[in-house]
Design a protein around this ligand. Structure first.
Ligand code: C2E
Ligand code: CA
Ligand code: CA
Length: 645
């Protein structure tokens, strides 16, 4: 506005003589205004860079600029006062008044600036007008003074108002910026909180997964069998207890199946433990198909358990049969086709017991019984079996004290030479007088084997037999044949016991024969061979007992160091009924193996004659003599005089 007004005044009223002076004034005004403009730009840019513009210095600079401008205007009025005509003077007063008038609001931000500005602008020209000679100038001078006073007052008033407004505005701006700051703080805090929550959630999820993983691992370790993934002993017993409780409440019954594999040991021994492990896993998988995972357990080794809730005896038996069929299916394992079978014993709750551990034991005993009998079908526990088991328990307890109580003794049964009916050997047969009751070796020997007592008893038999034989007078060459159980033979200390007994008894080793049952040769061929070689190296002879009843393969027998084959009594009994064919075959094999033959259970002259005619080397049986005590043996006279003729 100042620049425009200055230009208008300069160029509208350009006199001839004052021309340069006016232009110089315009230049001065332009310079002041330019300086102010530059200062304004500097102030604006500087302020915008600062968070809070410092007002004081800027205000001073602005005020100085205003005052300089006002002084410049005043200078104009004073310099050109005299040369002005009425129109120029009036115009000048009007423009200056208008500028002053405008300042009362434009400069009202500073309390005194508008007043000072109005005074500097209006006062000199008004006074000059008042002091002039012309009346119109006096009038305009008076008006100028009045206007100046009005402007000063109105400037002061509007200054108060403006300052208040600016203060309020600034306060508002401060509040707004503080609010914005707080808002952004809140926003940032929220953001951080959200990030922290996300992170916490992530950690929580990770932790939950880790906890679950560990819980699963602990569950596995404490409840599952590591190899097959079936439940282990403890977990299965617990589950069975739960089932018994539930089913008994519902007046139903739980069946427990005790499953034992046949032929697993051979797989383990011949194909290695890795194949054995894979076989057990496969069996586990097959069993799991018959019940829920947690009702299928591994008891240990090749023994498994299956619990069937709400199951009658008939259902349990048919499921057990199905399990047997399933296990009997060939298994393809590590490039081998394997064949297994299973023996299963069944016990039911509540009929047989309400206790889980008892139930397992009963099913186990039933399974063992069935296995011993070699029967290939499931069997359910019964009271008959119970009394049998109880009787075995009594016998076993008695047997433990039998040696100490001197209840055991030996009987000897002659084995005659088929050619000349001379006594070739005497077989030692163990007898037990259990408190006046005679118990047969068929009953107690298996129990002694199972309990491990056979090692002690067997050593006693061997020692007694050698001692007795050492003192036999009737035939310096007659041997003693001692039955040796597989448990004894497999024992690492057996050879040492044998040596000790031979040394202490003084019996020449060639007068000792050991009888070993054929079934022994099925398993552990390597160990058996090593033991037999040791025995043979001492010049002790070995017989295969019960030949034809076991499962030994001819190829196995061919390489084992044995001297005699004992043809089982069953074949002699069945002599008329194809028994002779088997005997002929046995004789043929024995000859091939370079073994002599013994026939046992010869009860009649006809049998003795026929066997002798067939080429059997030695005969044993009631026809010649029953087993007798040593005291009877030493005075024994062979009653058969008309044999073999
Ligand atoms: P084994 O070794 O086959 O013994 C032959 C069995 O047949 C004996 O029964 C004997 O008394 C019987 N016997 C012999 N001749 C005849 C006959 O003409 N007719 C009939 N009906 N039987 C005859 P025992 O003494 O009852 O022995 C049974 C089994 O007990 C033996 O069979 C043997 O395996 C085992 N045993 C006996 N004593 C011992 C022993 O000291 N140690 C071991 N480990 N086992 C023994
Ligand atoms: Ca025998
Ligand atoms: Ca026999």
């Amino acid at each position: 506005m100042s620049m425009m007004s200055a230009c208008i005044l300069t160029y509208a009223f350009i006199p001839e003589q004052n021309r340069e002076a006016k232009l110089m004034w315009l230049a001065l005004m332009a310079s002041i205004l330019t300086l102010r403009f530059v200062d304004f730009i500097v102030w604006i840019t500087h302020s915008s860079k600062q968070a809070k513009p410092s007002g004081q210095l800027g205000l001073w600079r602005f005020s100085v600029g205003c005052i300089l401008t006002a002084m410049c205007w005043s200078a104009y009025a004073l310099l050109f006062f005299k040369s002005m005509d009425i129109i120029e003077f009036s115009t000048t007063v009007i423009i200056i008044a208008a500028m002053a008038g405008g300042s009362s609001t434009v400069l009202s931000g500073s309390q005194y600036l508008s007043a000072v500005y109005s005074i500097i602008m209006l006062l000199p020209i008004s006074i000059m007008g008042l002091l002039a000679e012309q009346d119109y100038r006096n009038l305009l001078g008076i008006l100028g003074l009045l206007f100046c006073a009005t402007m000063v007052l109105s400037g002061l008033k509007s200054s108060r108002f403006t300052r208040q407004a600016v203060t309020t505005k600034n306060e508002y701006a401060i509040l707004a910026s503080e609010l914005a700051e707080k808002n952004s703080e809140v926003y940032n805090t929220n953001k951080m909180l959200k990030e922290a929550t996300d992170k916490l959630n992530e950690i929580k999820v990770g932790l939950e997964q880790e906890v679950k993983k560990r819980t699963d691992k602990i569950f596995q370790l404490s409840n599952l069998d590591e190899l097959t993934g079936l439940t282990n002993r403890n977990a299965f017993t617990r589950e069975l207890e739960n089932l018994i409780e539930k089913t008994v409440d519902s007046e139903s019954s739980v069946a427990l199946l005790f499953i034992d594999l046949n032929g697993f040991k051979k797989i383990n021994d011949t194909l290695g433990h890795q194949v054995g492990d894979l076989t057990l896993i496969e069996v586990g998988n097959r069993l799991a198909a018959f019940t829920e995972q947690n009702r299928c357990g591994r008891w240990g080794g090749d023994e498994f358990l299956v619990a069937l809730p709400y199951s009658s005896q008939e259902t349990a038996t048919s499921i057990a049969s199905a399990i047997m069929t399933s296990i009997a299916q060939p298994m393809a394992i590590a490039g081998n086709e394997l064949h297994l079978s299973a023996t299963i014993g069944i016990a039911l709750a509540p009929v047989h017991s309400l206790n889980a551990a008892d139930l397992i034991q009963l099913a186990d005993l039933t399974m063992c019984e069935q296995k011993q009998l070699g029967l290939r079908k499931p069997r359910v526990f019964s009271t008959e079996l119970k009394s049998k088991i109880e009787a075995s328990q009594i016998i076993l307890e008695g047997l433990q004290q039998a040696l100490d109580k001197k209840q055991l003794y030996l009987c000897y049964q002659p084995i005659q030479c088929a050619k000349d009916n001379t006594s070739w050997s005497f077989e030692a047969l163990l007898r037990w007088n259990f408190n006046g009751q005679f118990i047969g070796p068929d009953v107690f020997i298996p129990l002694a084997e199972k309990s491990g007592l056979i090692k002690e008893i067997g050593a006693w038999v061997l020692n007694r037999a050698c001692m007795d034989a050492r003192h036999w007078q009737f035939n310096q060459l007659a041997a003693v044949s001692v039955n040796v159980s597989v448990i004894q033979l497999m024992d690492d200390g057996f050879i040492r016991i044998l040596d000790n007994i031979l040394r202490s008894s003084g019996l020449p080793p060639e007068r000792l024969h050991l009888e070993i049952t054929e079934s022994v040769f099925v398993d552990n061929e390597k160990k058996i061979r090593a033991q037999l070689e040791q025995i043979q190296s001492r010049n002790i002879h070995v017989s295969i007992d019960d030949f034809g009843t076991g499962y030994s393969s001819l190829s196995q027998l061919q390489t084992l160091p044995v001297n005699y084959v004992k043809i089982d009594k069953a074949f002699v009994d069945n002599f008329e009924n194809k028994g002779d064919a088997i005997i002929r075959a046995t004789l043929f094999i024995a000859r091939e193996l370079n073994c002599k033959t013994v026939a046992e259970g010869v009860e009649t002259k006809e049998q003795a004659m026929a066997l002798s005619a067939m080429g059997v080397d030695y005969l044993q049986g009631y026809y010649f003599a029953k087993p007798m005590k040593n005291e009877d043996l030493i005075v024994w006279q062979n009653p058969i005089s008309n044999f073999p003729t």
